[in-house]
Design a protein. Sequence first.
Length: 435
Amino acid sequence: MKKYFQPEIETASLEDMRALQNEKLVKQVKHVYENVEYYRNLMDEKGVKPEDIKGVEDLHKLPFLTKADLREAYPYGLLATDLKNCVRIQSTSGTTGKRVVAFYTQGDVDLWEDCCARAITAVGGTNEDVCQVAYGYGLFTGGAGMNGGSHKVGCLTLPMSSGNTERQIQFMRDLHATILCCTPSYAAYIGESIKDMGVKPEDLDLKAGIFGAEPWTEEMRRDIEKSLGLKAYDIYGLTETSGPGVAFECEAQKGMHINEDHFYAEIIDPETGEVLPEGSKGELVFTSLDKEAFPLLRYRTRDICVLSREKCSCGRTLIKMSKPMGRSDDMLIIRGVNVFPSQIETVLIKEGYSSNYLIEVDRENNTDTLDVYVELNPEQFSDTVKSLTAMEKALANAMKIMLGINPKVHLVAPKTITRSEGKAVRVIDKRKLHD
Ligand code: DLL
């Protein structure tokens, strides 16, 4: 059985990997400087020229790029090639208004799909497998990325997208799916539904699951493995750099191997921006090494994690990242959708409510719940119960349009939400997603 999808890269010596990264980085920086005015200005402000970057050792000289930059440059400001060379866009989940829009040339799609193919091969996937892709298809990168990776491996691909769970299970059974790709919360939900339908894990042919796009615990991993009768693997990625497959778990399951021939990783102190030594906990920063349409130099992911070059029993030499342990901003991932508290606040103000609110996120039966408690102004409070219910509904609707997911809105009496004496605590996340 093929153990690696691209063995020469996945098991390269550190020396060879460095040489490759250095060579690619020099070209990538030049490409960005010559073609992206936005980043050229950032480099000029810092007084760095492409010639100053001779290899990854010099990366620290380059300015960071943040999500705010991506929003400011929306939609074409970071595009590094002519639009006619692009074949695809994908976009981040959740945010309406100025979403992050990423562009891909055919070459970019290819390298992204290679990364996903490495992840599928790492869980034992071959051309004898049936790979059920139950990540969302569309602008979200999950479906498209894993679909492409599955093709490259030669699996029979079931492009199910998410939802329609009964049909998922029927196809899974009838077409003998062996690999399932979806978010961990959807995997858990499929597990429960199987039970409700009277199907046993032994009735299925699943052997592996590739789950990511949101934080999940070891406990959840064990539950999913039991309910679906498979081995569950983690996968990491973000739209800005490509999508799923930036890093993936192997059979050792001690961190995720980063596809560092395409994405160079650094860990920085989120407060000072200083680069931290290997093994330190900090914010993950990625530099793409060979992207054509949407290259990003020193992109701050806001994900907090640790890098390790410890030898891996799987034989891969690619550096590993830990599971993300949290974020250095306030972004929440609810049912796979990225949600910022500021979006909720924007809706409240627009709809004429006070900005005294509390967001409560929890997980019931492996599904995220989002409750928003909003304080009424005294004049709103005199309204009847009937009209309050209608107001709650209308507000929930407005939030659904903004966030892309359905919250439960609770209008509460004036002055009932605890005031803070320091920083306001707006979010209570009860999910305990990080070990
Ligand atoms: O979630 C891409 C993806 C799709 C990854 C399918 C894996 C599988 P975005 O919607 O842009 O892209 O969200 C990216 O999700 O910065 C992390 O905070 C979080 N995230 C992604 N994978 C994991 C994971 C896709 N395995 C943001 N564990 C990232 C924890 C994850 N968090």
